[in-house]
Structure formats: C-alpha cells, structure tokens
Ligand binder design. Sequence first.
Ligand SMILES: [Fe+2]
Length: 376
Amino acid sequence: MLGTGDAGVLLQEKGLDVPLSNGQTAYFNYYWLRDNCPSSFDPETRERVNDIFALDEAPKAASAAIVGGDLEIAWAGTNDVSRLPLSLLNAYSNGEKRPDIANLQRVPWYADHYPKMARFSYDEVTNDTVRRRDWAKAMLTDGVALLTGLPDTDEALTDTAGLIGYVRPSYFGLTFEVKTHIKPTNLAFTAKALPLHTDLPDEDLAPGVQFLHCRANSVEGGNSIFVDGLAVAEDFRKAYPEDFELLITVDVPYFCEHDTFDMRSRQRVIELDEHGNISGVTISQHHADIFDMPQHELDRYYPAFCRFGRMMRDDKYLMRFRLNAGECIVFDNHRIVHGRAAYSATSGNRHLRGCYTDRGELRSTYRILSGEGRFK
Ligand SMILES: [Fe+2]
C-alpha cells in the first residue's frame, strides 16, 4: 500500500521518504529502518539484538509520522513501533560512509623530520589521557612518535604498548630483543647494516604498530634510518603512474624460513585505504620470496619495484638519527620503512627490546580518548 504519513512522510513499496531538517527529502529502506531502531540494540552490551534473518516477510510500514524529533513507524502485521531520531536519519541520508574521527589526514614527512617528530615522555602518556590521545593522533597523522624517559625494565616496553593497544605476538613471540645473537635467525640480530624494510611481511597480517625500546646504545655506528613510505609513495604516484598501478595491484610473495618456522604471505607494496588514499607500504628485500609471477609480467614489475626501492633511498626521505637509551620509537609498521647502519659489535653495547600492537586498536584508543562513539 502506498500512502502518505503525517508531516510529509511518504510510504513506498520498499521504504519511505522522510523530509529532513535540512529541507531535503531522503529515502530509507524498511529493512534498514527496522534493523537500526534504537530498540534493536541492547543498552547493556550495546550489540544489535534484532534478528533481521528471522523475519518471515519483508518489513513494511503500516503508518509513519514525524513525532517530535523522531520518525515514528508502526510496522504492518505486528504491534511493533520504531522511533528513530531524525539526527540518525540525517547522518545516513546520503549513502556516505559513517564519519570516523580516527580517519585523520595523513601528513607526509621527509629527511628533516627528526627535530619536528612528536615527542612524549613515558610519565605523561602513562598519567595524562590528553597527552596519550595526542600521541595516538600523531601515530595516525605522522605514523611515528618518540617516547622518552622509559624505565630500564622489561615491563616498560609492554606497559607502554598497552597504553594504545594489546601486545600481539609474532612468530618471534610477544617481544623480541634486537642485539647480536650467537645464532641469528634475522638480519636485525646481527651487527650488519639492515636495509630499509617493514617488519614481517611474511605474516598473514603484518604487525601494525611497532615499539622499539632502546635499553643501551654505546656502540660506534648503528644509527637508525627511518623513511615515511607514504611520502615516497605519493611522489611515486605522480612520477610513475603506471608503475604505481602495478605496486598497488600485484601481490608479492614474502617468506621467512628457518629451523622451526616457514612463514609465507603475499602483500602489495603500496597499500590504499578504503577511500583510495595511500595508507602505507609493505616492503622488505630480505624477506621477499622468489617472485613467482609469470616471467613476462616481471618484465614490467621488476623495473617498477626497483624504481620504488631506489626512490625510497633518496636523501630527500632518509631521516637519520641515533636512538638513545631510555627512548622508545613507536611507528606504523605498514607505513614507516626502517633500517639501521652497521655497527661495531665490540665497541660497546646495543640493545633494543621490541613488540607490536595492531592498527585497529590504535584507532579505537584514539576514538575513546576523543570521546567519540554512538553510545554516548
Ligand atoms: Fe625491523
């Protein structure tokens, strides 16, 4: 039955037209209206408790009207009545994705970033939730921040990581120690130069956020080299659009194999987010598996891959700095490419303790500390 409800609500076959406060009329589907009625959500768990799959027939309004600030719908064939705030309808009237406060504009940075890098003390991020929010924000916009004044304890690293996420394991365990190992299973565990890379692309879901707590650094050499992969990828997109297309579409095999593990995964070198913006890179020459793409495709892929790798080494992008004892560098492992100069293992002591958290929890922390949420 087609009909007109009160206050200009027009009932259609599969949905209805509602005049909104902005003067526009917007169409809403009956399933959507039934499924998103506030009573469809449990106030305690905040989860949806409406079972839309259980409906025998498609939901349909018997009548609908605007009452106060709500759209009130009496559903046909039941005694159910839904009241949906017009503010909710306004927010979903044009089919755009739900606004997300954590969807911040990423800011590319270059070689001169070290003095400008966001810095926070261990005490302030531990005790001051505003400063913790600022740290989370810097991680979303810049992809990197430096924490200072960490205690020289094993727990300092995991306590810090716990402020913006949960420590997630890798096949090296919950934490790892970057120092010279007697039987190294990774180039990082030697004193050799460590070429620019992102960590563990051979995992299904490469770690999101990386923490490196410097416990000691008295060696000659061993300076850190960090690059904003986003800045390189944005320049690459402009300079070599055809190569860029390959790097966002072709899956590259990565591996890490030793006595007790044989990790393999495929990743795209340049990653786009749901809006088509560059959100990061995943690259590691020492974990790249033997490329198994058809050889004729490699005629195009290899030159593009090498052009990107060379661009990444341009002085324009290389932020060189020394990580000092008591500092913890925290960075987005899907965006920030990092490496290290060689050092003399006999000249002193160099020890970093590391762990990972995921990017989703970082965004969650930022939303919570910003007071964002639908159930406020
Ligand atoms: Fe690394």
